[in-house]
Design a protein around this ligand. Structure first.
Ligand SMILES: C[S@@+](CC[C@H](N)C(=O)[O-])C[C@H]1O[C@@H](n2cnc3c(N)ncnc32)[C@H](O)[C@@H]1O
Length: 205
């Protein structure tokens, strides 16, 4: 699992790495573009302009929402990811912070219509994912949605199959969720499968 320095070093090559894995249709990024498109369309289909992105990276998803005139707030602990995202979204509110510590104090009184995270929450185990989701729910405006896209699976069995088929590519340091496990900690959570290794957890107020 990468720390903030690891992401700093990856930042410049990040978009190319993702594109290569996605084009091959291999773990971990098979379905990446479709996953981001699905979240983008879902947000566009609803009202409300305030978006919070947890672990925005180079801003691939958030930039589209930003270009649509949405009020984008994001947190990410990598200074280099933040630098690239800021070049793409000069007027977005981008905050350097570690989400494993919860939301930064500066957002304590903020509310959002949409809270998203893509390919970032697998850095937390299920207990910490659930704790963060509970905190995020407190910042969700009435009728809002939390959309968490990631390497994710409907069942632990599907995750095991992917691990076996991915061979040496599989990263044992990452904590990929299975919906059947996470929903025990987050009642009411829904799961939309995107590819054999990707899916979106959907949580309402
Ligand atoms: C794999 S990238 C995903 C970037 C982007 N959301 C996407 O879908 O392409 C993960 C991002 O989460 C950030 N991240 C990982 N762990 C974090 C943490 N504990 N606190 C804040 N940011 C974190 C990394 O710096 C990186 O930018």
């Amino acid at each position: 699992m990468l720390d903030e320095r690891g992401f700093d070093l990856w930042a410049d090559a990040y978009d190319q790495t993702v594109a290569a894995s996605e084009q091959e249709g291999t773990y971990p990024f098979a379905g990446y573009r479709e996953l981001l498109d699905t979240i983008y369309r879902r947000i566009r289909g609803k009202t409300g302009k305030r978006v919070l992105d947890i672990g925005f990276g180079t801003g691939t998803l958030t930039k589209r929402l930003y270009d649509d005139g949405m009020a984008v707030t994001g947190i990410d602990f990598s200074a280099e990811m933040l630098r690239i995202a800021r070049e793409r979204m000069p007027h977005a509110r981008l905050i350097q912070a570690d989400f494993s510590q919860g939301l930064p104090d500066v957002l304590a009184h903020e509310e959002f219509d949409h809270i998203v995270s893509t390919y970032a929450l697998h850095h937390l185990d299920d207990m910490r994912k659930a704790a963060l989701i509970r905190e995020l729910r407190e910042h969700l405006a009435s009728g809002g949605e939390i959309l968490l896209g990631d390497v994710a699976f409907a069942t632990a069995e599907e995750r095991e199959r992917c691990r076996a088929e991915s061979g040496e590519r599989w990263d044992d340091g990452e904590l990929y969720a299975a919906a059947e496990e996470l929903e025990k900690l987050v009642p009411g959570l829904a799961f939309q499968k995107i590819s054999f290794c990707a899916g979106i957890f959907i949580i309402h107020t």
